[in-house]
Ligand binder design. Structure first.
Ligand SMILES: Cc1ncc(COP(=O)(O)O)c(C=O)c1O
Length: 499
């Protein structure tokens, strides 16, 4: 026995020394320079240069071309207040897109930090797996109070993609429990973005974003979106076009067989492609179609929700009742990660009985700190009437941006609330768009840099036709609209001359 133990001890000692031997991974880790950790231990702030180098050495940024950062500087955002943020060089920017369509109440709200601290001191964390906590309970009631009245339950997530993923999984299980196990397919709209996990990406209608990850989850199908600017030549009125677009949902259900289709997921105002709106008749018609074929209607309000388009939820603005509603981002104004899927009682009903569970969830979903922040954030919404601010000012925002239509490069200005897109064209009369190389030069070669240099942070995007998108915090007003318009005017005029 004693011999055996000493042999085991020898083996362990051998392994430990082998790991520390020069040239082994453990030795490399021990030798690695850690200037930021050293600064922290010494109780001093790291320098900007140290931060820059460490960012380049250690980070893999999301949706980012890293090649320019081999030589150039990574923008490091140091602080933010109201509708502004500042980079590592002290340069100030107008946050024209609420960072990522998220910081709806604006930056630097101390009371949200205090709400988080208070919650951490009371209950730092507990999962909502078989338990609840006061802030998640209160937030469920609060969020539902703004939602269409048929929605009665909240399934928390940590973001919008997870909530879409959840909607699809719930739809599949729901129909299995209804004795309709074949109903599993989902219809979504062209160019729409619904997230990056395998399921959510499969729902996404942007082939370029998906092709590196094929094969994705099968069983999703695309129908046209409501890009009225591009449809105007083929239809007399927007109503007529909207009816045509809605009827494509019915057509796809029939193509695929209603017995196999579980859901239609769409954004009331579609972000990707550039703020595609629809007349109310579109929503009425897709609701009718979904009812006719027992297909669940899911509104992805990840961006549209929490005041962005002038009501708490876009479903209210467009006066329709989805079976499920996805929300995230503005729920906490991005001060803490949180998403939610709101659902009707019909979908929850099977889970009230026997041993049936929905075997799905996330460690950080409904985090008590995120829920506390969300509640405080929604208090700010109420106290400052942020949604009313959007509703009152949206027409002025639109008019201000429409002034840009006098520029040769501006083909269309569209959107709703505080959510607008400016479509850029090569020829206004024919609506000819830019080819891939031109679009690359225009958006990435010229516009993004120029807008950033001029201190305006907004999105220039060519997931559809090239657009510049604006979604400022819901706190801004006329002065800020004018500031945005002036900066854009300069940058767009300059871009036109450089093409
Ligand atoms: C409409 C829509 N759905 C889903 C998502 C994914 O949300 P998240 O990044 O929180 O997973 C986004 C993100 O921008 C979105 O705009």
């Amino acid at each position: 026995m004693a011999t055996k133990e000493s042999q085991a001890g020898k083996l362990v000692r051998g392994l430990v020394s082998a790991f520390k031997a020069p040239g082994t991974p453990a030795a490399a880790a021990a030798d690695r320079a850690t200037p930021l950790l050293d600064a922290r231990k010494a109780g001093v702030e790291p320098t900007v240069k140290q931060l820059q180098q460490a960012a380049k050495d250690n980070m893999f940024l999301h949706f980012t071309r890293h090649s320019p950062y081999q030589k150039g500087e990574i923008p490091i955002i140091m602080k933010a207040q109201g509708h502004h943020f500042w980079d590592q060089n002290g340069k100030k920017y107008f946050d024209g897109i609420s960072s990522l369509f998220s910081v709806n109440a604006g930056h630097g709200r101390e009371r949200l930090a205090e709400a988080a601290a208070k919650q951490m001191k009371t209950l730092d964390y507990f999962p909502i797996w078989g338990h609840a906590h006061p802030t998640s309970i209160e937030l469920s009631e609060r969020v539902l109070s703004y939602a269409p009245k048929n929605l009665t339950r909240v399934f928390f997530t940590t973001g919008g993609g997870e909530a879409n993923e959840t909607a699809w999984k719930l739809a599949k299980q729901y129909f299995k429990l209804q004795g309709k196990p074949l109903k599993h397919k989902v219809i979504t709209r062209a160019v729409a973005y619904h997230g990056t996990s395998h399921g959510a990406l499969s729902l996404t209608g942007i082939p370029a974003m998906k092709k590196m990850f094929e094969p994705l989850v099968p069983s999703t199908f695309r129908v046209p979106n409501t890009n009225w600017y591009r449809a105007q030549d083929q239809f007399e009125t927007e109503e007529e076009f909207a009816m045509w677009a809605a009827n494509r949902v019915e057509e796809m259900i029939l193509f695929e067989d209603p017995d196999t289709v579980a859901a239609f997921i769409f954004e009331p105002v579609q972000n990707s492609g550039g703020c595609f709106t629809s007349p109310k008749s579109y929503f009425k018609r897709v609701r009718e179609i979904c009812d006719k074929y027992d297909v669940l209607l899911v509104a992805d309000e990840t961006i549209d929700g929490f005041g962005r388009i002038g009501t708490m939820f876009a479903s209210e603005f467009y006066d329709f009742e989805p079976d499920m509603l996805v929300c995230a981002k503005g729920i906490t104004s991005a001060y803490a990660p949180l998403g939610a899927l709101l659902l009707s009682e019909k979908l929850f009903e099977p889970f009230k009985h026997g041993t049936t569970i929905f075997p799905h969830g996330y460690t950080f979903a409904g985090h008590p700190v995120s829920c506390a922040v969300a509640l405080e954030n929604l208090d700010i919404f109420d106290e400052e009437d942020l949604v009313g601010n959007v509703r009152r000012n949206s027409p002025i925002f639109r008019q201000t941006l429409e002034k840009l239509k006098d520029l040769p490069i501006v083909g269309d200005v569209r959107g709703e609330g505080y959510f607008f897109a400016i479509e850029l064209v090569k020829d206004k009369a024919t609506k000819e768009t830019f080819n891939d190389a031109e679009s690359e030069k225009l958006l990435r070669g010229i516009l993004s840099h120029r807008m950033f240099e001029e201190g305006l942070y907004c999105r220039s995007d060519d997931r559809g036709d090239p657009v510049v998108q604006l979604a400022p915090p819901l706190t801004v007003g006329v002065d800020e609209f004018n500031e945005i318009e002036q900066i854009l005017r300069g940058c767009l005029s300059e871009a036109w001359t450089k093409l």
